[in-house]
Design a protein around this ligand. Structure first.
Ligand code: MLC
Ligand code: AMP
Length: 481
């Protein structure tokens, strides 16, 4: 299915109804349809054709939505880029995806021609409100979303129209989302949590959305009280921040909210319990990935079990295998494999990595977990040393490689240190080259200039040597955390 057909239940059938609150203005679904038709015409006039990649480097704003719809209407492929990425991160994606255009709001930290969003919007204003028709198949790519998978190199997961459609149908039914809902969305739209769940649930159900430029702890209470959402999607760090609200504010928010969904990183059981007491609402935790969208979710109607991610969503099969590829018994730990219409077809132009990601048609998640006798799944860690901070993924190897480029550094290891609010924070352990000394402030400045802010190590600790095993492999678990 073409996603635009799925969205037409809102774009066309609810054309006159309020759809989006953005910066104090309200837009109807009809407004959004017309805006994206004009923008699609403007993109087409600049040569964007079906199958072209269009990279978008923008924070949350209405034009992000216009662009998503316009790109889909043209049958082109949407490539959202994390706005926190710096030069090397952005340059990698641009080289890999070879987009027809990079659309941004201001200066971009990469040597690549930019189409300024304001210029495009001005061009769009002069275009006819006529929707372009693209003969898109459900198996065609709708978006490439960059992720590091189980290895350190960032790769574009190819998410098809059908992948998103399956995920959308699942979350609408599983979480009982309807046009009567109101969603407050502060998640970034460049990741699948905000894009695949937030935007798609909105456009396919016809609910009313208030989009925030970003989640800000100091403002979120006022936004919740004013908009009175029935629905909220967040990462655990956001729920930690919500616990800072006054108990009376929390009660008031909880009275109008129907459902709080949490995912992208582990939700501590204690936080879930405290939130339930303060807001009068039991958080529903679910588990997903960029490559698969949503896999497993606690039930809407049944027990939402603390510490567990719940039961497989409709149409999704899950199995747990040991290191030898054999199924493990109930209660035993192994690696989760998933199969279903939600799973991406592979990585953009990376045949080898795509093959390695699947085994007999099952996608290997890299997540370790177990199943209880009543079918609930619990995640217990990762096969790789991935760090998740505030819901953003950090691959230690990427930071280590950058640190090793610094002339004073002989060896580097980056590990995740537990943090109450962000889940984990990266720490760097460094060995200096002979005769050199490492200045932590200087290291920090260089990392800040080169890497996305959430990847910045919070400490640079110089050690005489890294702990290694007999094979010379760094034993990260022996580093202090
Ligand atoms: C964070 N920062 C942002 C930002 N989010 N900057 C711009 N836009 C955003 N959306 C930067 C800040 O500028 C700051 O940088 C630093 O990050 C910390 O911000 P903060 O506001 O002080 O932090 P905090 O209150 O802790 O909140 C952070 C957060 C953020 C929770 C709002 O981490 C966040 O938006 N996380 C969501 C990540 C996400 O969507 N993951 C889904 C991946 S998909 P500085 O330089 O001042 O330190 C996936 C699959 C699945 O995993 O299952 O969903
Ligand atoms: P990403 O590559 O950014 O899509 O991140 C996907 C990873 O986030 C998964 O492989 C998990 O490790 C992690 N994740 C997502 N949801 C949860 C959850 N509810 N609990 C624990 N980890 C999660």
């Amino acid at each position: 299915m073409n996603l635009i057909q799925l969205f037409d239940v809102s774009l066309r059938l609810r054309a006159s109804q309020p759809a989006l609150d953005w910066k104090g203005d309200t837009y109807t679904f009809g407004d959004l349809d017309a805006r994206s038709n004009r923008l699609a015409q403007a993109l087409a006039a600049r040569g964007v054709r079906q199958g072209d990649r269009v990279a978008v480097y923008l924070a949350n704003r209405i034009e992000f939505i216009d662009l998503y719809l316009a790109v889909l209407k043209l049958g082109a492929i949407f490539v959202p880029v994390n706005i926190l990425y710096r030069e090397r991160e952005l340059a990698h994606i641009l080289t890999d995806a070879e987009p027809k255009a990079l659309i941004a709001a201001g200066d971009v930290p990469a040597a690549f021609p930019v189409w300024p969003i304001d210029t495009l919007m001005a061009e769009a204003a002069g275009m006819p409100d006529q929707r372009p028709v693209a003969a898109v198949d459900g198996d065609d790519a709708a978006s490439l979303i960059y992720t590091s998978g189980t290895t350190g190199v960032s790769k574009g997961a190819i998410l098809t129209h059908n992948n998103f459609a399956a995920n959308t149908a699942n979350i609408l039914t599983a979480w009982q989302i309807t046009s009567a809902d109101r969603l407050l969305l502060g998640l970034p739209l460049f990741h699948v949590h905000g894009l695949g769940n937030g935007l798609h649930a909105w456009l396919a159900s016809g609910l009313r959305l208030r989009l925030l430029e970003r989640f800000e702890a100091g403002r979120i209470g006022a936004e919740l009280l004013e908009f009175q959402p029935t629905l909220f999607f967040g990462v655990p760090t956001m729920y930690v921040r919500l616990m800072e609200l006054e108990p009376e504010t929390a009660r008031q928010i909880g009275r109008t909210a129907r459902l709080f969904v949490c995912g992208s990183a582990p939700l501590p059981a204690q936080l879930m319990q405290e939130f339930g007491e303060r807001f009068g609402s039991v958080i529903l935790e679910r588990y997903g990935m960029t490559e698969t969208l949503m896999n497993i979710s606690n039930p809407y109607a049944g027990e939402r079990r603390p510490g567990s991610v719940g039961l497989p969503l409709p149409g999704i099969s899950v199995k747990i295998l040991d290191a030898a590829g054999q199924p493990v018994a109930v209660g035993e730990t192994g690696e989760l494999f998933v199969k279903g219409p939600n799973v991406c077809s592979g990585y953009w132009r990376r045949e080898e990595a795509s093959q390695a990601a699947f085994s007999d048609g099952w996608f290997r998640t890299g997540d370790l977990g177990m199943k209880t006798a009543d079918g609930y799944y619990t995640l217990q860690g990762r096969r790789s040393d991935l760090i998740i901070s505030g819901g953003f993924n950090i691959y230690p190897r990427e930071i280590e490689e950058f640190l090793l480029e610094q002339p004073e550094v002989a060896e580097a290891a980056v590990v995740g240190v537990p943090d109450r609010a962000r889940g984990e924070l990266p720490y760097a352990y460094l060995v200096a080259r002979e005769g050199a000394s490492i200045d932590p402030a200087q290291m920090e400045a260089r990392c800040r200039a080169a890497l996305a802010s959430f990847k910045l190590p919070r400490a640079f600790v110089t050690v005489p040597a890294l702990p290694r095993n007999a094979l010379g492999k760094v034993q990260k678990h022996l580093l202090p955390r």
